[in-house]
Design a protein around this ligand. Structure first.
Ligand code: ATP
Ligand code: MG
Length: 253
């Protein structure tokens, strides 16, 4: 798996949220993304995952340019994102939410249901089995039948990861997976992410919890005001005076 982002620029009105952002990730890597509030981290995810069009620049996965593809096509190409604020269906159960996140269901069309009832049933069973495996992997068994709207913040973050996994991606973009999650669950979630990475799934992880992120990823990219400020091992980057200044400046403003 390789992701190459080159010169990505995105403005909202006159405001440049991303200013010529470039970076590359090789292998089944894990790369953290840090930076003050408003640095452009979530916007970068939106552009890379195809939820927003860039004004300029390119995104390529395994050498294939994705610029003309929307989010659904990029998910089929192997890349999915999660959202800073989880986007589960409140009234559906955890299991139903996972099933709904599986891509390419022929059962979506009524016509398919009439023409190929057997195939639709087989597909639904396969998706159900996949959902159950994901529930077991994320240790959500106790709440599998619970409407997602009733989950805790931490459980919603686990479900958000599960929904991403249903697309069987090679690369997952996690937007603040640890925000609002209790320390025990942070450790557990980190361990699940590391286990997925060991199976060959790459991760880009935006996170403000620098201690938890440093335990998870070998490298971080630091963003500030739409630009890449630094990149390197977490300990090294956090000693960088320019990085410290960006954080302190943000706090003082
Ligand atoms: N859809 C939008 N329309 C207008 N401005 C936007 C939009 N999305 C983001 N912005 C602006 O772009 C800048 C970067 O926002 P972004 O959400 O990417 O920051 P972030 O680094 O993820 O911050 P945080 O750590 O607080 O989540 C902010 O100033 C934000 O107000
Ligand atoms: Mg954000």
């Amino acid at each position: 798996m390789s992701l190459v982002v080159r010169d990505v620029t995105k403005s909202f009105g006159g405001f440049r949220a991303l200013d010529a952002v470039s970076f590359a990730m090789d292998g089944a890597a894990m790369l953290g993304i840090i930076g003050p509030n408003g640095a452009g981290k979530s916007t970068l995810f939106s552009v890379v995952s195809g939820f927003m069009a860039a004004d300029r620049g390119t995104v390529a996965l395994d050498g294939r340019p994705l610029d003309r593809l929307g989010a659904a096509a990029r998910a089929r190409a192997g890349m999915v994102r999660t959202f800073q604020v989880p986007r589960e269906f409140h009234h559906l159960t955890v299991r139903e939410n996972l099933m709904a996140a599986a891509p390419g269901q022929s059962g979506e069309g009524l016509l398919g249901l009439f023409l190929r009832p057997g195939r639709v049933r087989a597909e639904e069973e396969a998706i159900g089995a996949e959902a159950d495996a994901t529930i077991a992997f994320l240790r959500l068994t106790a709440v599998a039948g619970t409407p997602a709207g009733r989950l805790s913040g931490g459980q919603k973050k686990l479900l958000e990861l599960g929904r991403a996994l249903m697309a069987k991606p090679r690369l997952i973009l996690l937007d603040e997976p640890f925000a609002g999650v209790n320390p025990v669950l942070v450790a557990e979630l980190g361990e699940r992410i590391a286990a997925l990475n060991a199976r060959g799934i790459g991760f880009l992880v935006i996170e403000h919890d620098l201690a938890a992120l440093s335990r998870l990823v070998p490298r971080v990219l630091v963003m500030d005001r739409g630009r890449v400020l630094a990149e390197g091992p977490p300990g090294e980057v956090l000693r960088d005076p320019a990085v410290r200044e960006a954080y302190l400046g943000g706090a003082a403003a």
